[in-house]
Ligand binder design. Structure first.
Ligand code: FHN
Length: 454
């Protein structure tokens, strides 16, 4: 009898200290009875993997002994490599270490919910078996495997949304920018290819269709290279409309149109086609209410692999970026640039593992959240979801007291999230606002989360 009593008492004590996080099932049940919007999964996801992979990973920033000091995937232009010379990299592209399952598992472990891979970058080389060209991995390289197919199968197995980056600019196609090769940069910026509309209608659109229909349920078409004078806003709106007519659930970024022209900023309502804005290598100071946006950023200084770019951002910077972006209502698309052998650099793998460790404890303070209800504090950020405001603390208070200004939102209780569960902490209101009492040690020295219950 005494033993049963001890068990009952200890269960009561434990339950009063440890408050479990809302399980994914519970929160998804609440969401499931909401009206659906094609952006719902994307807004909930908040965090995705960008993959820049292609022939440029073979030279890896260095061609004929000369290094490019620019982004690796532009090596063909910045080092003025003629098309015929660049095509020899296709014959060297044999990434035998490529493992789609490992890449998808890495993204999933990091807490990423979607993956955007360069189906075709500006060099025009296709990572799938395209029916409209032989300038693809099956016909032009010794690798002879459909990379996008293998990634699609792995994403399906791991419930990661597969999305495709696709470049409108094409340095290889004779009806597109190949006319200006080998040095696109020295051409008259107003020069356009008189046959570009033929490329647009008979090549670009059929390839987009191949990508939309051949690789499962694609989440996003992520266009790029839209700034070229050959491509018009009318083409952008036509392409956007044809895609959504074919698949009303397909999400398309603002670079399907000329919307980014002159701005890396966000997609202003109704100004141009596209479902979300695409700030690049930057985080806007503020979000824009009612506007979806995604900051795409590198871990070092290049999108495509460069063997000598070791300027890696710390895991702290990457996690703070994720929190900062979510606190403004945006998504974080974090890039990896795999090697010519098909491996994701170890420095990227390590950082993704560190992010994953943080996300295991705190991911629910990112997923499905919306922008902070308060101004950003100097010591951290806020996100919010349902009846919770998440306080992300970067700088732990030395006196154990965290003051949150009273902004008219009453709170019932506070819990500190740790990797051993959640601990109720003292919450008091005084003239300065809401005072949260915290232990001497932060649960996580990069960022710790306190959930305030409204
Ligand atoms: O020119 C590309 C660049 O190579 C890279 O793909 C980035 C990623 O968003 N987009 C373009 C530059 O804005």
């Amino acid at each position: 009898m005494r033993g049963i009593l001890i068990i009952l008492v200890s269960m009561f004590v434990l339950s009063s200290i440890v408050i479990s996080q809302p399980s994914a099932d519970e929160s998804s049940m609440e969401l499931s009875d909401q009206p659906t919007d094609k952006m719902d999964w994307w807004r909930d996801a908040r965090f995705g993997m960008f993959i820049h992979w292609g022939l440029y990973a073979v030279p890896a920033g260095e061609h004929m002994g000369k290094r490019t000091d620019r982004i690796g995937e532009w090596i063909m232009h910045h080092l003025n490599i003629p098309i015929k010379e660049y095509e020899t990299y296709a014959q060297q592209f044999n990434p035998v270490k490529f493992d789609a399952q490992a890449w998808v598992a890495l993204a999933k472990e990091a807490g990423m919910k979607y993956m955007v891979i360069t189906s075709k970058h500006h060099d025009g080389f296709c990572l799938w078996d395209s029916k409209v060209t032989d300038w693809d991995v099956l016909d032009a390289s010794p690798f002879k495997r459909d990379i996008l197919r293998e990634l699609a199968d792995a994403c399906e197995r791991e419930s990661i949304r597969l999305c495709f980056y696709h470049s409108i600019m094409d340095w290889h196609h004779p009806d597109a920018q190949a006319i200006n090769e080998p040095n696109y940069n020295s051409r008259d910026p107003k020069s356009v290819n008189p046959n570009f509309s033929r490329y647009f209608q008979n090549y670009l659109k059929p390839q987009v269709k191949e990508l939309m229909t051949g690789y499962g349920d694609i989440g996003v078409m992520w266009f790029d290279g839209e700034w070229i004078p050959d491509y018009t806003t009318e083409m952008g709106k036509e392409l956007y409309q044809e895609i959504v007519d074919a698949d009303p659930d397909m999400i398309i970024n603002n670079r399907v149109d000329k919307g980014r022209q002159g701005m890396q900023g966000m997609n202003k309502e109704g100004e141009f086609a596209g479902d979300f804005g695409t700030p690049e290598q930057e985080i806007p100071d503020q979000g824009l209410a009612g506007v979806d946006w995604e900051s795409c950023m590198t871990m070092n200084d290049t999108w495509g692999f460069k063997h000598f770019d070791q300027n890696w951002k710390s895991a702290e910077t990457l996690i703070h970026n994720l929190i900062d972006i979510a606190s403004k209502g945006g998504n974080y698309l974090l890039n990896v640039g795999p090697t010519g052998a098909g491996e994701i650099p170890e420095a990227s793998v390590k950082r993704l593992a560190d992010i994953g460790t943080w996300m295991k404890t705190n991911g629910e303070a990112i997923y499905g959240t919306s922008a902070s209800p308060f101004d950003k504090p100097a010591w951290g950020r806020y996100t919010q979801k349902d009846n919770l405001v998440f306080v992300h603390i970067f700088d732990w208070p030395k006196d154990g007291k965290l003051t949150i200004p009273d902004q008219g939102m009453p709170f019932q209780e506070a819990q500190l999230w740790t990797n051993k569960g959640n601990v109720k902490v003292d919450l008091k209101k005084n003239a300065d606002g809401w005072i949260v009492s915290l232990p001497a040690e932060a649960p996580n020295d990069i960022a710790s989360v306190v959930a305030l219950k409204k």
